[in-house]
Each structure stands twice: as structure tokens, then as C-alpha cells.
Design a protein around this ligand. Sequence first.
Ligand code: GDP
Ligand code: MG
Length: 162
Amino acid sequence: MLPVVALVGRPNVGKSTLFNRLTNTRDALVADFPGLTRDRKYGQATFDRKQFIVVDTGGITGDEEGIDAHMAQQSLLAIDEADVVLFLVDARAGLMPADQGIAEHLRKVNKKVYVVANKVDGIDGDSESADFYAMGLGTVYQIAAAHGRGISRLLDTGLNPL
Ligand code: GDP
Ligand code: MG
């Protein structure tokens, strides 16, 4: 069984964009509409000759009712079955209450979790990512999923234990 890497975070932080990058597909729906990917989506990826499964999720809004509750549930299941969790946050939006809620859950699960600040293209990544250290989940990896930036550095570390 290949190792499983789950992409979790609020809607619209760039999970599907990263999924598409990692799997070299345009399969995951990417849009400006938050919450479009409502169920888990699986793809296969290879990095540095390591193969792994990537799981895209719909997102956790922190205000779960109706369809959002279903999405959040799917994300929790994805975390459960993952070996590594990439917790995406939006460097442009900054630290949001929903990020804090997800962090609280991730601090309790016994998984390798990496905080990934996406969308650092065209902004000062270091200063815009600094707030995310307050979540207490360690190093904040800066990427621009849409441009493929920072992903190798993230995977070098993130896939290391696999
Ligand atoms: P998801 O809801 O977390 O799956 O987010 P999506 O992958 O659908 O992306 C949400 C929006 O963010 C889309 O408009 C993307 O084009 C945009 N986006 C994703 N990655 C980046 C990035 O690296 N830089 C910028 N500037 N925008 C991005
Ligand atoms: Mg998505």
C-alpha cells in the first residue's frame, strides 16, 4: 500500500491546485468558489522516485452545517487514513479562526502534520506566514501551488519519513 498524503484546510486555500500539481492532472476542480470539492478525491503522485497517494478534500469552514458538515466529515476521514497531512493555509488571507480550529484538531491526532502557507507569489512570504507559527504546528512551509514554487522543499521534508 502506498503512503497517503492528505491535503486539508479551509476552502479556497489552494488544496485542489496543489493536488493537480502533485498528480499532474487537472482532475480536481479548481475555482474561485469556496468548497467546490465536496468529497475526497484520490490521485497518484511521484516525487524523487517515491510514489504516494494524494487525497484532496473539500475543506473545513469551522462553521459546519448541511453540506459544509459533510465536507468537514470527509476531511476528518482523510486525516484519519493519511500517513502525512499537509495543512494548507492562505498566506494572503492570513490566520483565520477556521485555521485555528483545524490546528486544534491536528495537534491532537498522532500524524505527521506540515503547515503549508500557499499563495506566497508576489507577496512577502516570510512576513505574511509568520502568524501561522502561532498554531503550534512547527515550521511553516511557503509555497505557490499555482506556480509550482516551494513544493520540492516541502516534499523533501514531508515525504522523508515515508
Ligand atoms: P481549494 O478550495 O483549497 O481546493 O482551492 P483551489 O485550489 O480551488 O484554489 C482556490 C483559488 O486560489 C483559485 O482561484 C486558485 O487559482 C487560487 N490559487 C491557488 N494556488 C494559488 C497560488 O499559489 N497563488 C495564487 N495567487 N493563487 C492561488
Ligand atoms: Mg478544492
